[in-house]
Design a protein around this ligand. Structure first.
Ligand code: PLP
Length: 393
C-alpha cells in the first residue's frame, strides 16, 4: 500500500463482531478470559487495547517500522525512550531541541546520572568530537524548534552506528508524510501526536516507533512496565486525525510557503526561517532529505520585545498559543512561552533570541493569514503600511 492508502486503512479494521468500518472505542480496562489462560489477544488495557493497537499499527505502517507504541503524551514517548538506556549513559543531543526534551534530560541527569552533551548537529565534527566510550544515543530533531535548522539524519545515523550508539529522531515537525527517518538510517522515531498526526488541537499524545525486533521487544516491555499507553478515546481521536493527515499537510505547506514569502518581502522582518525558501541555509539538504517543507515558519522582528508584544497583541486570526500542527494558525514567542523552561545559556547558544516569533501556519485562506500579520506589523510600525502585501495576493 502507498502512504495515502496506509493513512486511511492501516490497523483500522478491528471489529470482527459487527464489521464496523471505523475502529470502535474499546473503553474498557480489562477483558474476559475465554478459558484458563485463553484470551482473544487482550487481557488488560495498560498492556494493550484494540483501539490503541489500531493507532499503533497505523503509525508503524506510516513510518515503515517494526513496532509502534502510542503513549499518553509526546513527553511520555521521550521519557519512555530514555529508559532504553542504563543509568550513567552519555547522550549527544541537538542544542536546539524541544524545550521539554532539554528539561527532561536535565531531570534524568539528576535522577539517573545521564550525561548529556549539547552540540550543533549541523557540524558533524562537533558531533564526532563529543563521542565518549559510553555514548549510547544521538538525539536528533529536524527541522528544529523554533529556528527550523535542518541536520543530516543519514550522516548522523552513520556516526551513531560507527560508535554502536542509536540514532533517535523526533519526527514531530514534519510527520511521516514529509520525512521518514528509517529510510535514512534512524533506529527509533518519537512523535508528539498532539501536533500534526492528530492535527485538530483536541488531544495530547505521543508515539515511539522502532525498526528492529530487538528494540521492539524492549519497547513493548517498557510501555507496559512504565504504564505509558494512550487512552482508548485519545487513541481513537489520533487515528481519526491521521486519516486526513496527507491533505492537511499539503494545505499547511501551501500556506506556510505563502506566509514565508510575504514575511521575506516585509521590511519589518529581518530574518525568515522556512526550509522551503531558497535562502534557507540548508534548503538543498531539505530537498534531499524531506518530501516537503512542513507548516512551521519562524522569523525575527527588527526591534526587540516591544515589537514582539505589539504583534502578539494585534493579531486576530492567529491565536497566541503554544503547541502547533493543528488546523488553526497559532503564533508564539518561544523565549517567554515554549522555550521558557529551557536553560537560558543553552537557548542563547542555539540562537533563540527574544526577537524570534514562531508561527504554526494553519489551513485557513492564506490571504487572510497574510493580511492579519500585515495589519499587526503596522500597529507597531505604521510606516510599513501596505508595503508588500499586494505582491503576495
Ligand atoms: C510538543 C512536542 C513534544 C512534546 O509533546 P507533548 O505531546 O506536548 O508532550 C516533543 N517534541 C516536539 C518536537 C514537540 O513539538
Amino acid at each position: 500500500m502507498r502512504l495515502r492508502t496506509i493513512s486511511i486503512h492501516a490497523g483500522v479494521d478491528k471489529d470482527a463482531a459487527y464489521n464496523s468500518v471505523i475502529t470502535p472505542i474499546y473503553q474498557t480496562s480489562t477483558f474476559r478470559f475465554e478459558d484458563i489462560g485463553k484470551t482473544k489477544g487482550y487481557d488488560y488495557s495498560r498492556t494493550a487495547n484494540p483501539t490503541r493497537t489500531a493507532l499503533e499499527e497505523n503509525i508503524c505502517a506510516l513510518e515503515g517500522g517494526v513496532l509502534a507504541r502510542a503513549t499518553a503524551t509526546g513527553m511520555s514517548a521521550i521519557a519512555t525512550t530514555l529508559h532504553f538506556f542504563k543509568a550513567g549513559s552519555h547522550i549527544i543531543c541537538t542544542n536546539d531541541c524541544y524545550g521539554g526534551t532539554e528539561r527532561l534530560l536535565r531531570t534524568y541527569s539528576e535522577i539517573f546520572n545521564f550525561k548529556v552533551t549539547y552540540v550543533n548537529m549541523q557540524n558533524l565534527d562537533e558531533v564526532k568530537n563529543a563521542l565518549r566510550p559510553n555514548t549510547k544515543a544521538l538525539w536528533i530533531e529536524t527541522p528544529s524548534n523554533p529556528l527550523l535548522n535542518i541536520v543530516d539524519i543519514r550522516a548522523l545515523s552513520e556516526i551513531a552506528h560507527n560508535h554502536t550508539a542509536l540514532s533517535i529522531v523526533d519526527n514531530t515537525f514534519l510527520s511521516p508524510v514529509n520525512q521518514r527517518p528509517f529510510e535514512l538510517g534512524a533506529d527509533i522515531i518519537v512523535h508528539s501526536t498532539t501536533k500534526y498526526l492528530n492535527g485538530h488541537s483536541d488531544v495530547v499524545g505521543g508515539a515511539i516507533v522502532v525498526n528492529s525486533p530487538k528494540l521492539a521487544e524492549r519497547l513493548h516491555f517498557l510501555v507496559n512496565t512504565l504504564g505509558q499507553g494512550e487512552s482508548p478515546f485519545d487513541s481513537w481521536l489520533v487515528l481519526r486525525g491521521i486519516k486526513t493527515l496527507i491533505p492537511r499537510i499539503k494545505a499547511h505547506e501551501e500556506n506556510a510557503l505563502a506566509v514565508a514569502k510575504f514575511l521575506k518581502s516585509h521590511p519589518a522582518i529581518r530574518k525568515v526561517n522556512y526550509p522551503g525558501l531558497e535562502c534557507h541555509p540548508q534548503h538543498s539538504l531539505a530537498l534531499r532529505q524531506q518530501y516537503g517543507f512542513g507548516g512551521m515558519v519562524s522569523f525575527e522582528v527588527n526591534d526587540g520585545i516591544e515589537e514582539v508584544n505589539s504583534i502578539l497583541r494585534s493579531v486576530k486570526i492567529f491565536s497566541v498559543a503554544e503547541s502547533l500542527g493543528g488546523i488553526e494558525s497559532l503564533i508564539c514567542h518561544p523565549v517567554t512561552m515554549t522555550h521558557a523552561s529551557m536553560n537560558a545559556e543553552l537557548r542563547e547558544q542555539a540562537g533563540i533570541n527574544e526577537r524570534v516569533i514562531r508561527l504554526s501556519v494553519g489551513i485557513e485562506d492564506p490571504n487572510d493569514l497574510i493580511e492579519d500579520l500585515d495589519k499587526a506589523f503596522q500597529v507597531y510600525a505604521p510606516v510599513f503600511a501596505g508595503s508588500s502585501i499586494e505582491n503576495n495576493k
